[in-house]
Design a protein around this ligand. Structure first.
Ligand code: S3P
Length: 436
């Protein structure tokens, strides 16, 4: 589907954010192996988290969408999952379809490895190009047998077994891989320890503790003890900071923007975005800090203004990985531009995000220098409205809808439906706050 986006003058108002995608996947997966019911409010509405629910349904997990709170009678949209307990999945009749979702295939593989049957899990064309060696390797060490297509690509055929705990130093900074190993560890005999090269998002660790798992954490080292039953929970998913990033960056493109975002997830392993924007001179206030099921939440108030520019490298890369496409767009409008290095992982996302960011920026007339592990974008560039593409990647299409706001003339975004992977309704929300 094609969409046109017109330039804007400023961004003002407030936006209702979808539930956090990362947290939603984890709540669903843990609810499925817990005992009793888990109810989840504000479950992420995008296709990725629906893929997780569909896979779980095919494994015998009952899920229901309730529109009314059964206790209070109040309207409340929530997902209710009836857990099957540890190792309680039933074999699926067909291959499981993770759609576009790397989180689903990788994290669910951790659970499937501990079930005593054969499963096949695959996904769409983009997912079938994404590397799976990173989960195959530790899960094989734990005892599972996993076959993949040449190059360690999906579909994965997983022969689950009674797993044994391992001590695993993660070779890549990946929260999905860390989570796959911890989830497998939950079903394994003995203890499983994961050591991260750099800290990545810790939603799995927080949720495991909340569901009653035996888990110990010491900085970048996490140990989970296998076999402890989990208890179903009542949970509310915070607003997605990575979705908020598009609106924050849109606001920062215009000097007199004024934007308020409510109930945003502010887990410190995700807020590098706010620190980075502030380091460039952005005025972002955090208000009404609170907590929800162990996750920090709060409101954000951002005022537009000129930004200096900056560099993303080293440990910052993992912490900002999903926000880099929209930061690249913002970089063109800063005083000094944006340099990203050490970010080869970007090439392994839903699209090769180094190539797709550079391609769309070039179509808008911007100058970009591309490296194998990043790019350099000079500041104070003027962008022209152009024919842009999502390249099937939700974060690319949303980043370039933001770019179109500051361009001269109309832009057309091809294959814009990619946004529904994490944010159905994104374009409508963007239109509501874009003043012309
Ligand atoms: C995610 C981890 C990151 C991130 C992805 C979601 C998660 O991927 O890019 O959007 O929910 O754990 P990697 O684990 O591949 O870095």
């Amino acid at each position: 589907m094609d969409r046109s986006v017109q330039p804007a003058r400023r961004i003002a108002g407030g936006v209702r954010l979808p539930g956090d995608k990362s947290i939603s996947h984890r709540y669903a997966l843990l609810g499925a192996v817990a005992e009793g019911e888990t109810s989840i409010r504000n479950y992420a509405p995008g296709a990725d988290c629906a893929s997780t629910l569909h896979c779980l349904e095919h494994l015998g997990v009952a899920t229901a969408r309730r529109k009314v709170d059964s206790e209070t009678g109040e309207p409340a949209e929530k997902i209710v999952i009836t857990g099957r307990g540890l190792c309680g999945f039933l074999p699926a009749k067909d291959a499981l379809d993770a759609g576009n979702s790397g989180s689903t295939i990788r994290m669910l593989s951790g659970l499937l490895a501990g079930h005593l049957f054969r499963s096949v899990i695959t996904g769409d064309q983009s997912l079938q190009r994404r590397p799976m060696k990173r989960v195959i390797e530790p899960l094989t060490r734990m005892g599972a047998t996993i076959r993949a297509r040449e190059g360690n690509l999906p579909p994965l055929e997983i022969h689950g077994t009674r797993l044994r705990g391992i001590d695993y130093p993660l070779p890549v900074a990946s929260a999905q891989v860390k989570s796959a190993v911890l989830l497998a560890g939950l079903l394994a005999e003995g203890q499983t320890t994961v050591t991260e090269p750099v800290q990545t998002r810790d939603h799995t660790e927080i949720a495991l503790a909340h569901f009653g798992a035996e888990i110990e954490r010491k900085r970048r080292i996490t140990t989970v003890h296998g076999g402890t039953p989990l208890k179903g929970q009542k949970l509310t998913v915070p607003g997605d900071l990575s979705s908020a990033a598009f609106f924050l960056c849109a606001a920062l493109l215009f000097p007199d923007s004024d934007l308020y975002l409510q109930d945003v997830g502010l887990n410190p392993t995700r807020t590098a975005l706010l620190d980075f924007l502030s380091s460039m001179g952005a005025q972002i206030k955090v208000l009404n800090l609170g907590e929800s099921s162990g996750e920090l939440i709060g409101d954000l108030h951002v005022i537009g203004g000129r930004l200096r520019g900056g560099q993303i490298d080293g440990e910052m890369v993992a912490a900002l990985i999903d926000e880099i496409p929209v930061l690249a767009v913002l970089g063109t409008q800063t005083e000094d531009g944006l340099i990203v290095r050490g970010a080869e992982e970007l090439r392994l996302k839903e699209s090769d995000r180094i190539a797709t960011v550079a391609e769309n920026l070039k179509r808008m007339g911007a100058k970009v220098e591309v490296f194998p592990d990043g790019f350099a974008i000079s500041g104070r560039q003027s962008l022209s409205g152009a024919e842009l593409d999502s390249f099937g990647d939700h974060r690319i299409v949303m980043a370039f809808a933001v770019a179109a706001l500051v361009a001269k003339g109309e832009s057309r975004l091809h294959n814009s439906e990619a946004a529904t992977v994490s944010f159905p309704g994104f374009f409508e929300q963007l239109e509501r706050i874009a003043e012309r």
